[in-house]
Ligand binder design. Structure first.
Ligand code: AFP
Length: 365
């Protein structure tokens, strides 16, 4: 058997840094700390029932419902702690924000503060943990506002309100049959597979690219009665298959773990939709802008795909709150652009022009 020479994550980051000769190395050090947190989470996930980490936190844990009003799992809480503990000490961070924390996390006073902000969803898809389905961690790195860097003051929510185009790096770890780290530092997207013997992320997917076209879509169809007309039209046309306006058959997938869907799409194309809908007027969408839509959007765009609200590019959205929810569509470029076109067309025309939707929609109100 011949041994194939592979780069480690550290070597990859050193190579990337050569593009910026004056870089201090803080950025790479921070990414390695994030990777360490992901390895620790991967280990906890892998032990499953044996590790005593499945299910909901016991009563002695104070918080069991997060700021989103969602039940926290034990692993949500543990994963959040891995992220904060393994990244705060390095001196690279000015502050953090997480799905599991109501307010921004302050770097303790006895630890040096740095120039970056880390935003993360420590365990996406966590309702799948107890049934042993793939979950993951999503992260985004932003530069802290200059006055935060200069003064070392505590961070406030508004410091994180930066559009996705400002992300310096984004990625996710996937805890599936293998543990993977997928990362973009703004120069394409690379995938690393955890070698459990070495405890190292090895570069296995150097240049990931999302195919422009697809015949696979992912959406939670139980929400169809709440969808807006452009989404109904798009899904109806897919479902109509060969004999419909698209002239080809489509396949559908729904894992209910967005990070796992994103990975499938990155590997073989597809389109993911959790669109804005009318289910709950207080929530314009299910997923969160800062630590779900933006980092996944960054990865998609860096891999030649597209991410959108349906109306406009996701990465152009100006955030207005830390846990802001938003409609999210991402994946193969030509399909996402088609969905954006459907949103741009007047709704009236859509209903008149589309007999499938008007008369025999498979997802009618
Ligand atoms: P959890 O982390 O609470 O399991 O939520 C997962 C998620 O944010 C995202 O990963 C899924 O795509 C989406 O929610 C699933 O939502 P539905 O349960 O409404 O399908």
């Amino acid at each position: 058997m011949t041994t194939r020479r592979r780069f480690t994550l550290t070597q990859y980051l050193i190579e990337q840094r050569r593009r910026f000769p004056s870089a201090s190395g803080d950025f790479n050090a921070l990414l390695l700390d994030v990777a360490l947190a992901c390895k620790a989470i991967a280990r906890s996930v892998a032990f499953g029932e044996l590790g005593g980490v499945l299910g909901n936190p016991s009563n002695e844990v104070a918080t069991t419902v997060n700021v989103q009003g969602e039940q926290q799992k034990k692993l949500d809480v543990i994963s959040n702690e891995y992220f904060t503990q393994m990244t705060e000490w390095g001196g690279h961070l000015a502050g953090m924000a997480s799905e599991e924390m109501d307010l921004p996390y302050q770097i303790p006073e006895n630890i040096q503060r740095g120039k970056y902000l880390l935003v993360f969803d420590p365990l996406d898809g966590s309702s799948n943990i107890d049934v042993n389905v793939t979950v993951g961690s999503i992260f985004s790195i932003l530069r802290a506002p200059q006055d935060v860097i200069d003064s070392g003051r505590d961070v406030v929510e508004a410091d994180f309100f930066q559009p996705g185009t400002q992300q310096m790096a984004a990625g996710y770890a996937l805890y599936g049959p293998t543990t993977m780290l997928v990362l973009s530092v703004g120069n394409g997207v690379a995938g690393f597979t955890l070698d459990p013997n070495l405890g190292q992320f090895m570069l296995t997917h150097p240049q990931l690219h999302v195919p422009e076209d697809t015949n696979e879509f992912a959406i939670n169809a139980s929400n169809s009665r709440f969808w807006e007309a452009p989404i109904k039209r798009y899904v109806d046309e897919c479902l109509a298959g060969k004999t419909g306006p698209r002239g080809k058959d489509f396949n559908m997938r729904w894992i209910a773990s967005m990070v796992a869907e994103a990975h499938r799409i990155l590997m073989r194309g597809g389109v993911f939709m959790y669109p804005r809908d009318t289910k709950d007027a207080s929530k314009p969408g299910r997923l969160r802008l800062l630590y779900e839509a933006n980092p996944i959007g960054f990865i998609m765009e860096q891999a030649g795909g597209r991410a959108s609200t349906g109306q406009k590019p996701m990465l152009s959205v100006q955030p207005t709150s830390l846990h802001q929810r938003i409609g999210l569509v991402f994946g193969s470029k030509n399909e996402v652009e088609r969905i954006e076109r459907y949103h741009a067309e007047p709704a009236k025309d859509v209903e008149i022009d589309n007999p499938l939707f008007a008369k025999r929609s498979l997802f009618r109100d």
